[in-house]
Write a protein that binds this ligand. Structure first.
Ligand code: COA
Ligand code: AMP
Length: 622
């Protein structure tokens, strides 16, 4: 354990105020905060700042205008583009002018439904510049999901592109956006559309504006100082119901925490290149593509491609070497995809990893086998670290930037300074080392963590109600004898499919709406590539139906309602669902059977025959 980690850990606990006020000095404030945490007000209340100024303008003002701010690598369009800080400032200031021209002001919401193009990051920064609140919606979500977010965020403006490019597929976005706007109750007067040459989309007269034409007319605007507690963004994430939760992130705490993490977790210095191979639609994309590297005065890399097939399993290493990437961050599933195509690491040996210092993994549990493979191939530290959309930045990690090197495959590391961890039983009592329990955190959560759920006070309160005085993460884990924390899975119905967070409860709601479905259960089952995939068990209504056709209709319904990213491919039509005597579906037993485990008949089961029939299905599959 490094002394720097120990010191940071102790100071952040024993002298929280001084610790975070010191950390806040990494940020330029129009009015510096005099308090770090104020109960009832939040982090750095009283401070005035602007996130875009800190990410872009301040570096230009410091004479670093010619330094590299953003690299756009797009193997799918064969494009390599770079922006210096001065070029980024110009693009962001003009885009902010274009957004303001549409009547968007401080506190107004702007939905971004964008592929991985520079304009996505530029639009996020442009919103921050004028104090508007962006809400990025991941492109893999279908129209009804976009409509739900429109109705919840009630935006003034929607910005989108004509298409996304997923591997070799061009995915038209505009029909989906048009459909979502029709479905939504909230009316949006303006849509700004980025036409991409791969799919030119028709414009709706009077509503849609062409991005390039409108930008050409716009004047640059300056940063608007906002209160530290003013929302920077809303990011919707899966909760346990069909309604997504709009996580609200505030400007001041976010900037301080993210800048801290760049230096102390990732060990990135100004001028270095940091690459998070995620998507701007997820929290990783917010924290470590759009904001983190730029807040740290480093260079961010925006990658429009897949780990494999764009063009091959060497694309990660080629991008790293070509752009002098120092720290690389991706999801374990991406490494598993690379391994599948290049098991012997031939590409890695041919291409090398240049000046890369470490690979960070998050988004789902990194299985030890994947870690061992990656470490053996890369000959570099491979660091699993854990966090969630709600938190906004890592809560468990090996703080590489603080000189910590301790790692154990299967563990996500140690509490990051600022976070107070406990693993407790259902009664809130600490469990013994090695015993699995609920992962909870003491309050207040450190700067940068969510400050509320948009329009959903009750939902926010729920996360703090289960274990009074604590935030309930929804994850289960244990601490081993050496203090390593292992996160083993969720305690609710959230699953991670290829690093994408989804709710099986939400899928169940969609499946249950099919007119031929009497009842259903959707569970997550282990998958060698995606970590987990959903599987549906369906009891059909009495009458005429064809199993194959019904399965296909259910898969289509989930795709159409939730989106392709749900990846539901497996539907089993069964005679009955195994239930307890009180009528609860035995999901744990279903999961075990689907995983090929031999299980004892649960003592509480009402209908053993239902479970036996499902066991038989899987015995046959094997
Ligand atoms: N826009 C539109 N559609 C999208 C999309 C987007 N932004 N992202 C994914 N999709 C679609 C895909 O095209 C695919 O559709 P299909 O069923 O028609 O083929 C479906 O959603 C599932 O996509 P994905 O989960 O990406 O699976 P895949 O089989 O195409 O690729 C991996 C598998 C492992 C290569 C890929 O999931 C991957 O790169 N994962 C890393 C994820 C990641 O970085 N997560 C962020 C957390 S850090
Ligand atoms: P998201 O909000 O999309 O970032 O998903 C957060 C959830 O993903 C967490 O609550 C965990 O269940 C899971 N997760 C993320 N990172 C890890 C990790 N390193 N190890 C285990 N689970 C993880």
């Amino acid at each position: 354990m490094s002394q720097a980690y120990l010191d940071a850990q102790m100071r952040s606990q024993d002298d929280r105020e001084a610790y975070w006020l010191d950390a806040a000095q990494a940020i330029e404030w129009q009015v510096p905060p005099v308090r770090a945490w104020s109960e009832g007000e939040g982090w750095f209340a009283g401070g005035l700042m602007n996130t875009c100024h800190n990410a872009v303008d301040r570096h230009v003002a410091a004479g670093r205008g010619d330094d590299l701010a953003l690299i756009y690598e797009s193997p799918v369009t064969d494009t390599h583009l770079t922006f210096s800080f001065a070029e980024l400032q110009d693009a962001v200031a003009r885009t902010a002018g274009m957004i303001a021209d549409q009547g968007v002001g401080k506190g107004d919401r702007v939905i971004l439904y964008m592929p991985m193009v520079p304009q996505a990051v530029i639009a996020m920064l442009a919103c921050a510049r004028i104090g508007a609140i962006h809400s990025v919606v991941f492109g893999g979500f279908a129209a009804p999901e976009l409509a739900k977010r429109i109705d919840d965020a009630t935006p003034t403006l929607l910005m989108t592109a004509s298409c996304g490019i997923e591997g070799s597929k061009v995915i038209p976005y505009k029909p989906l956006v048009d459909k979502a706007l029709q479905m939504a109750i909230h009316r949006i007067e303006r849509v700004i559309l980025l036409q991409r040459p791969q799919a030119i989309a028709p414009m709706q007269e009077g509503r849609d504006l062409d991005w390039a034409d409108t930008l050409a007319e716009a004047q640059p605007v300056d940063c608007v100082p906002v209160e530290a507690t003013h929302p920077l963004y809303i990011l919707y994430t899966s909760g346990t119901t069909g309604t997504p939760k709009g996580v609200v992130r505030q400007n001041g705490g976010h900037a301080v925490a993210i800048a801290w993490s760049m230096a102390h977790i990732y060990g990135i210095r100004p001028g270095e290149v940091f690459w998070a191979a995620s998507d701007v639609g997820w929290v990783v994309g917010h924290s470590y593509i759009a904001y983190g590297p730029l807040l740290a005065g480093a260079t961010t890399l925006l990658f429009e491609g897949k780990p494999v097939g764009t063009p091959d399993a060497g694309t990660f290493w080629r991008t790293i070497v070509r752009n002098n990437v120092r720290i690389f961050f991706t999801a374990p599933t991406a490494i598993r995809a690379v391994r599948k195509e290049d098991p012997e690491g031939d590409y890695i040996r041919q291409i090398g990893t240049g000046n890369l210092r470490a690979l960070f993994l998050a988004g789902e549990r990194a299985d030890p086998d994947t870690i061992h493979w990656a470490e053996a191939q890369l000959n570099l530290p491979v660091i699993d670290h854990w966090w969630q959309t709600e938190l906004g930045w890592p809560a468990l990690a090996t703080c590489f930037g603080l000189g910590d090197t301790r790692r154990k495959a299967g563990s996500a590391g140690f509490p990051v300074p600022g976070y107070g961890f406990r693993v407790v039983d259902d009664g809130g009592v600490d469990v013994a080392p090695g015993e699995t329990g609920n992962v909870v955190m003491t309050l207040p959560l450190p700067p940068g963590c969510y400050a509320g759920l948009w329009n959903n006070e009750a939902g926010f309160a729920k996360a703090f109600a289960g274990f009074p005085g604590h935030y309930e993460t929804g994850d289960a884990g244990h601490v081993d004898a050496d203090g390593f924390v292992n996160i083993m899975g969720r305690t609710d119905d959230i699953i991670n499919v290829a690093g994408h967070r989804l709710s099986t409860g939400q899928m169940e709601q969609i499946v249950a709406c099919h007119p031929l479905v009497s009842e259903c259960a959707v569970i997550g089952v282990d998958d060698a590539l995606k970590g987990m995939v959903p599987m549906a068990f369906v009891v059909a209504r009495t009458g005429e139906w064809d199993a194959a056709a019904l399965g296909a209709e259910i898969i289509k319904a989930v795709r159409d309602e939730l989106g392709p990213v749900a990846a539901l491919k497996d539907v089993h039509i069964v005679g009955a669902l195994p239930k307890t005597r009180s009528g609860k579906i035995l999901r744990a037993a279903l999961r075990q059977v689907a995983a090929g485990e031999t299980i004892a008949m649960p003592a509480t089961i009402e209908s053993p025959a239902a479970l036996e029939a499902i066991m038989e299905i899987f015995a046959k599959v094997e």
